[in-house]
Design a protein around this ligand. Sequence first.
Ligand SMILES: Cc1ncc(COP(=O)(O)O)c(C=O)c1O
Length: 383
Amino acid sequence: MEISAQLAGIKPSYIREILAATQAPGMLSLAGGLPASELLPVSQLMQAMESLAQSPEVFQYGETTGYAPLLDFLSAKHGLPSDNAAMVCTGSQQAIDLIARAYLNPGDTVAMEAPSYLGALQVFGLAQANIHSIEQTNEGPDLNQLETAFATGSIKLFYGVPDFHNPTGVCWSLAVRKAVADLCNRYQVAFVEDVPYRELRFTGTALPLVSSFSPNNAFVMRSFSKVSSPGLRLGMVSAPKEWLAALVKIKQASDLHTGLPMQAVLLSLLRSEGFPKHLEMVRSNYKQRYQVLYQALEPLFGEYCECDTVEGGMFVWLKLLKSQAMDVTRTLLEQNVAVVPGDVFYSSVDITRPALRLNFTHSSLAQLEVAVARLSDVLRAQV
Ligand SMILES: Cc1ncc(COP(=O)(O)O)c(C=O)c1O
């Protein structure tokens, strides 16, 4: 059967090949965006699952917006602005899809940082939107480019990942956050703030959400994948009430609602006395992995690659000075090391920069060191 025109427009991605290869025995994977399996709060989740029998209502159909006790808890925890509303989604990925389906017509233009999150690029591609790329600096999006783009009057949404960006790890500065909110307000462009890594800060002080400077002009998408468990598939989207209402309509038609038992399990985990300690432990463990990776890479800096420091999240962005990312990725795969070539995070091949995305949260300290030793050999051999 012939596939739809919008799906036919999506190019097959080399990243699928890489991610399939990460399953091979003996493969060291710095490719995925996976949390450390051994740090997932499995026993706390099991305990919460055992107590589900005391809440039989979660085995019935429920509200599209989600399990009310979880929504109440999260709205209070995050201090949702009074004229905003929230909905639980099947991962924050679903929220990106709902926003695209509710608000984009084919040919509409979305501004995004370059590079940008692959999952969002795919959603906007399926919605047949045009992507206007804004170069990323180490403080966030280039503000001159952003204003020039907004001034054309053709940008409908600006999608950004201000906290420990995927793939670069960049955290937007306070000045950039305020300026982006101001530009979005001034030019009436809705800001789509995607913050799945926000709670994974292991150094420095948390900065306010961009949307805190423009609560009536933004969607905020939170994820529980990185702080609890990605297998639960739970996220939350909040927005001004009338904006959220359109997303609720689409979700109703799409899957009625996200499964209630796992929402109750998440609530129990988030409320538990031990959860703040668990998060603290995860952050300090990730900090150690990051430091080991960064120190192992340091001898290569200046001659073969460059890498900015990060203050949280799961990734570093290794800019290559002499090699092509695809070549390095292919050679490394033959040596049982998987990384993601930077090319896949750009909307067009014309604007790619040679770089690799390296994940530091899913490998042990020893595995990170071995992976970098092999990477080092590959980079030195390619010159
Ligand atoms: C920037 C960004 N947004 C959204 C997601 C999707 O997260 P979730 O598991 O909540 O669907 C990811 C996953 O890696 C991500 O990196």
